[in-house]
Design a protein around this ligand. Structure first.
Ligand code: CTP
Length: 412
């Protein structure tokens, strides 16, 4: 403890650190530290280059009132530079933005989990104790802003050297299973490995399943770390990280079991997600589509209503085309028959795309519909037909359909 390290603050907004320090002094806040990603990444970058990237966000931990500190910084730097975007009174955290940099200020806290995976109860504490509630040792290195010394109580520096991710304590996964996803994100992004004990902790905890809720219960009762927070971590993994590598780690560690048993064994997620991205679908919906009950899982994770609807239609599509496949009705179908079958149901085109990604029976024809057939229109418009003497009404509609069918079958 107490290693003095030069961290380059030149990429931070002008006067930020000085203003934080003088505000803390005026408010009687004795201790303040930067923690988490910025310190971790600066220490990694120190080894490779002097050209540090400006951080995306900054995590501060303080022994004192977060709202008072944020307000004083805003007063000193001015409203044009500083906005306070969110205050969480229960956790005593503040989100603010200074010159475009997102800053999270947290009051140093100890966490008590009344029930694992629920949100914890908190108690104010020292910065040193706060580090103990965190996920990985590399994320628990703090830079004390009074002394400019590093506080590294959990061997984070050593882990950085070994490029190793290690949970800080043995209940980490039980308390917050989203940390498994976080581990996969960091391992893929930083090219780190998860320590043997941590892999063992993941596997033993999932096997034991210490959470009151399990997938046979109603999806609405799932605690945050097995529901919404899990979704948020998965979205970050799929949208911001090298997702193929990260999901591979997650599957190898047994982490997919947090979601579903079938996904744990699924060998097709990589192809499915890559195709989904090509077809403009959200990758998480495509991942979930391979689970044993996609609609139930999407409800548990509280996916947007639109995405839930795609998964509901996927279920209908699957049974519809399975019937057609086994009855062999489709054998002599022309493109127009395919269009009738697909379009009469009014499914969303993204549901068809999802069914293609999942390679449901007859998916090749669905792909032809998605890429070509659905775009083919009647060569004459309603206006052209009226000019030729047709009366508006059902007869004209039928004629338009007939002309489209003819064109579909001619071209293909
Ligand atoms: N943290 C944690 N457990 C979680 C989420 C966050 O212990 N489930 C702690 C970690 O110490 C983490 C810090 O909160 O470093 C900030 O979290 P976050 O902003 O999500 O991560 P960063 O450290 O900023 O890393 P990055 O944004 O690069 O992923």
């Amino acid at each position: 403890m107490g290693l003095k390290v030069e961290i380059n603050f030149s990429n931070l907004p002008k006067n930020l650190i000085d203003t934080l320090r003088s505000s803390a002094q005026e408010l009687g806040i004795d201790r303040m530290a930067i923690v988490g990603g910025v310190i971790r990444d600066s220490l990694i970058d120190l080894d490779v280059s002097e050209n540090l990237q400006p951080p995306k966000d900054l995590d501060l931990v303080i022994e004192g009132s977060t709202i008072e500190l944020a307000q004083m910084v805003q007063e000193k730097l001015g409203l044009t530079r500083v906005s306070i975007s969110q205050e969480n009174r229960a956790f005593q955290t503040i989100k603010m933005v200074v010159d475009g940099l997102f800053i999270d200020i947290a009051r140093a806290r100890a966490e008590k989990y009344s029930s694992p995976a629920e949100n914890p109860k908190i108690e104010p504490t020292s910065i040193e104790e706060d580090l103990h509630r965190r996920d990985f040792t590399i994320n628990a290195i703090a830079l004390d802003l009074n002394t400019y010394k590093l506080i590294d109580l959990h061997g984070g520096l050593d882990a950085l050297k070994k490029q190793e991710l290690t949970f800080i304590h043995s209940h980490s996964v039980q308390e917050d299973p989203t940390r498994i996803i976080r581990g996969a994100r960091y391992a893929a992004r930083l090219n780190f490995h998860l320590s043997k004990e941590s892999i063992h902790q993941i596997q033993a905890t999932i096997k034991q399943w210490p959470w009151e809720w399990n997938p046979t219960h109603s999806e609405h009762l799932a605690p945050p770390a097995l529901a919404t927070r899990l979704r948020m971590e998965l979205e970050l993994l799929l949208e911001n990280e090298p997702w193929e590598q990260a999901l591979e780690f997650l599957q190898n560690w047994g982490g997919f079991l947090l979601l579903d048993k079938r996904l744990h064994k699924d060998q097709k997620w990589k192809k499915r997600i890559a195709l989904a991205l090509d077809l403009g679908l959200t990758p998480l919906t495509a991942l979930i589509a391979g689970s044993s009950n996609p609609l139930s899982l999407s409800k548990r994770l509280q996916l947007a209503g639109k995405q839930q609807n795609l998964l509901k239609e996927l279920d209908e599509l699957q049974s519809f085309f399975k019937d057609i496949y086994f009855s062999k009705k489709y054998i002599n179908w022309k493109p127009s028959d395919w269009c009738d079958a697909i379009e009469n149901k009014n499914w969303h085109s993204n549901s068809i795309a999802l069914a293609i990604c999942l390679e449901i029976p007859l998916w090749e024809s669905l792909l032809r519909w998605f890429n070509d057939w659905r775009m083919i229109k009647s060569p004459l418009s309603a206006r052209d037909l009226i000019k030729k003497g047709w009366e508006p009404g059902p007869g004209l509609n039928e004629e338009l359909k007939r002309l489209r069918r003819k064109k579909l079958n001619e071209n293909n």
